[in-house]
Structure formats: C-alpha cells, structure tokens
Design a binder for this molecule. Sequence first.
Ligand code: NDP
Ligand code: GDR
Length: 325
Amino acid sequence: MPTALITGITGQDGSYLAELLLEKGYRVVGIVRRSSTTPYERIGHLVDRIELVSADLLDQTSLTDAVADTQPDEIYNLAAQSFVQTSWNQPVLTGEFTALGVTRMLEAMKKAAPRARFYQASSSEQFGKVVETPQRETTPFYPRSPYGVAKVYGHWITVNYRESFGLYAVSGILFNHESPRRGLEFVTRKISDGVARIACGLSTELRLGNLEARRDWGFAGDYVDAMWRMLQQDAPDDYVIGTGETWSVREFCELAFRVADLDYREFVKTDKRFERPAEVDLLVGDPSKAKAQLGWERRVSFPDLVSMMVHADMERYRLQGHAPR
Ligand code: NDP
Ligand code: GDR
C-alpha cells in the first residue's frame, strides 16, 4: 500500500485529493497545524480513514519529523496562504508560508525520504500580467501580487531541487479550480453563496470588485486527478492544468443567478473595497501537454460547475431551514 503525505489536507484540494488517494488504496497522512479549535470541516467525513500529524510550514523540525515518521512514497505540498487579496496585507507571512514553506518541505524530503516523489502546487497567478495567451509551460512569468511572487519562488525552488539533487519533484501550474468546498472569500463561492442567500431572502444584494476579470475555471475534483497523474510518470516534469476556456466574473454572476431564476443586474453592486492594487486581467491555460502526456482532461464543464456550486449552497441553506422564496 503506497503512502501519501499531504500538506494542506484541510483545504479544498487536500480534501478531494485525500478522497481520490483513499479510493486508489493509499495510506493517506495529512499534515495539520496546531489550532485551538479543530473544525476540519472539509475532511470530517474522512478522519477515520486517514492519519493526521501535527506540523507547520513555518517550522523545519516539525516538517522533517513528519516526513521521517511517515516515510511517504508521494508528498503533495498543497499548504499555502492561498488568498491573493490577503497577500497584500500580509506579504511577509505569505512569503514565509507560500515561498519558503516549499524549501522547508523539499529539505525535509531530501533529508528524510529522498526517494519520495514531490508535487508542488504552483499557480496560474505566476503568469499574472498577459505576456501571451493561452498560457503554457513555456510562457514567461509576470506575477502581480505578493502571492504570485511567492508562488514563482515555490515553482523555481522545486525545479532547482530536481536539477540540483536529482529529486523526483514536479510543479503543477494549475488554473483556478472551484467546488462547493471552495473558501467563501474566493469570488466563485462568494457568488454561489450570495445567490443562495438572496434566493432564500437572507440578503438583498451581493457586493463584488472587478466584474471584468477573466479566469479559466475548472472543477477541483478533476484537478487533483492531474496532480496524482504527474507523480506516476517515468520522469518528473512540469505541467499546466486548465480548461482552455476563459469566462468573466460578470459571466459567472449571470449564470449563477440564472440557476435560481434571478437576474444578476438587480442584485450585484460593485464595491471598490474588493478591487486589487494590481489585477490579473485574463487567464486561460493551454492543457495540451497534460492531455498528451498524462491523458488528463477535465470532465465538468463551466456551466455545470456554476450550477453544482449554486445548488450546493441552496441545499445548505435549505437544511438550515431557509427555503427559497
Ligand atoms: P485552501 O486555502 O483551501 O487550503 C490551504 C491549506 O493550507 C489549508 O489546509 C491550510 O490549513 C494550509 N496551511 C496554510 N498555512 C499553513 C501552515 N503554516 N502550516 C500548515 N498548513 C498550512 O487552498 P486550496 O485547496 O484551494 O489550494 C491548495 C494549494 O493549491 C494552495 O497552495 C494554493 O495556493 C494552490 N493553488 C490553488 C488553486 C485553486 O484554484 N484552488 C490554483 C492554483 C494553485 P488550515 O486549515 O489550518 O488553514
Ligand atoms: P484568484 O481567485 O485571485 O484568481 O486566486 P479569486 O476568486 O479571489 O479572484 C478571482 C477574480 O475575481 C475578482 N473579483 C473578486 N475576487 C474576490 N475574491 N472577491 C470579490 O468580491 C471579487 N470581485 C471580483 C478578482 O479581482 C480576481 O480577478 C485563486 C486562488 O485559489 C489562488 O490560490 C490560486 O493560485 C489562483 O486562484 C489560481
């Protein structure tokens, strides 16, 4: 039975990846950081089938011990300060978690399990300002936030440890992927939750920032399968994972409100508080290398993703006793 060690197991992707690896017969160990509460809301249904070890991306000793004790065959480094907006308010902490945290994990693996395979959660935010579209593995990086800059570091340190020490280390450059488990601060979930609240009479408006930003949005469940595939190849390499389509925040709103038979123009208000000091205007990924070499393709279309998220939030409010009006 292979062993997988996942940092960020309590996050959106960690929960889907844990489910996938359990289905494949893995022993799954997740790294969690110490907290005074243990909500684990995304992995509550899995806690009897996984092991949890306590460690923190800021603490080298705890990470090295976690790898040494677990002896993983595969390490998925998903933990990060992952919210772009927060990275302007906490730029140093974002660098510590999202950039140097990667070096700490690579060091832990080099010392304690050098034959393991390492996945780094890289991001389309590394492309940032448009240099070419669609963006592919060879597109130069031009990050537009402290988060994007930190992820560029994480990407290159992964490549560097592969080339310097012969580690099996790969970087998956994933475009936005969403689900009903997405954090409420990200725009897609903010919209699906907002639609459900308005439909149930709990809110009268939804305040958003830039409606014209365009993203390549896929379903998180499809994307964790790509992570696993990257670690099953003969040789380590880096891959772009996206859908090849781009949609605006406005289009997301239009579709999401339509799921509840509402017109977004009546409810969506723009609010400067949600605009960013530097915006990423357009992202669209070219996943052809992943398709050719990994046999990876997305399964869930954009309209189905929007519908899935709105229905899940409506159902959540229905279970709390709030019926759509
Ligand atoms: P989430 O924000 O949902 O999850 C982040 C995870 O990181 C949580 O489990 C969190 O734990 C953990 N974490 C944060 N800081 C630390 C720390 N100091 N020590 C240990 N664990 C920590 O992110 P996603 O699941 O959406 O994303 C997973 C990864 O993929 C992230 O690295 C993200 O930047 C990257 N990514 C995501 C994309 C997306 O569209 N979702 C696209 C491209 C890349 P806790 O529960 O304790 O807060
Ligand atoms: P992003 O996701 O920054 O792409 O990072 P987010 O959903 O936060 O923003 C997407 C776009 O929507 C615009 N926007 C708003 N965003 C938020 N959060 N709230 C709003 O009210 C709002 N209004 C408009 C933003 O300006 C932006 O253009 C996500 C994260 O998961 C990263 O960790 C990951 O690396 C990238 O996706 C790929």
